[in-house]
Ligand binder design. Sequence first.
Ligand code: UD1
Length: 304
Amino acid sequence: MARYLVTGGCGFIGGHLTHALVRAGHRVIAFDDLSSGREDNLPPEADLERGCVTDGTHLASLAGQCNGIVHLAAIASVEAAAANPRRAEAVNLGGARNAVAAAEAEKIPLVYASSAAVYGDAGSRPIAETADCTPHSVYGQHKLKGESTVLTLGPRATIIRPFNVYGPRQHPNSPYSGVIARFISACLAGETITINGEGLQSRDFIYVSDIVRLFVAALSREPAAPFTMNGCTGQAISILSLARAVADTCGTGLDLRHGPARAADILHSCGDPQRAFDLLGFRAETRLGDGLAETVGWQRPVVQ
Ligand code: UD1
């Protein structure tokens, strides 16, 4: 049994990860300022510590009680980061620096949630970790700078670049929510789906329990070398096709309108999953149709 510090532990991914770690018999300190996370995302066995990752002293004092850190806390939206870049820099880059300092002081491993946004527009073919990174967005730029800091930890550093994560407990009610949560919410409420631009942009959607398995595997690995790996399925779908799939899963008709394209939106984003398989034996297992059915099942009572 180990004790882990999960920053952003009350968030969408952090909550699922904390549940998985507790189920595996570990103890978890969830460090969260509840700015977007929710206490009810945590299992009762986890310890909630309220605070922000911009407070390096607080973070370091918690790390001192733990065997490893998973750093998920962030303003985890490309659009939200663009709307408030100074705050995003303080939280996303400053928080990463504080997590690195804490891991360095305690000589413990750090698993850092970077983002596929570091690649910028990768074209329609699956992109490998060796590709050049030219992020379009402020969010991607901060995540990339965070990666450089994390790599200073050497073998104890693991960087995961999640692609588009979706699933139950991703709340739909913020304008910055992920596209799947928003589309499901609109369909269930009988509202019109808004597609930003033509809808030909595509994304590699990975189900939350799959990405959580990758984080758990990364946390348990032997620290022989620093790792950077995609968290993806290797398959992408256009946003237009996604809208149809969501409407089908909800059992509603498809009512959509096209709005303006989003500034700095990536056109295509699809990850190459080979390295995560080679290094950790990880493969995403949940098919999009099954993941959508689970997500709609969770969201239906929330929306109605
Ligand atoms: C997402 C993640 C980000 C992650 C990145 C990895 C969210 C909220 N953000 O950003 O944390 O690091 O992937 O690449 O999950 N769209 C519409 N209509 C809507 C909402 C969105 O057409 O109502 C479009 C967007 O313009 C975009 C696509 O759907 O083309 C996906 O948008 P979004 O879910 O916000 O995710 P990303 O920007 O890809």
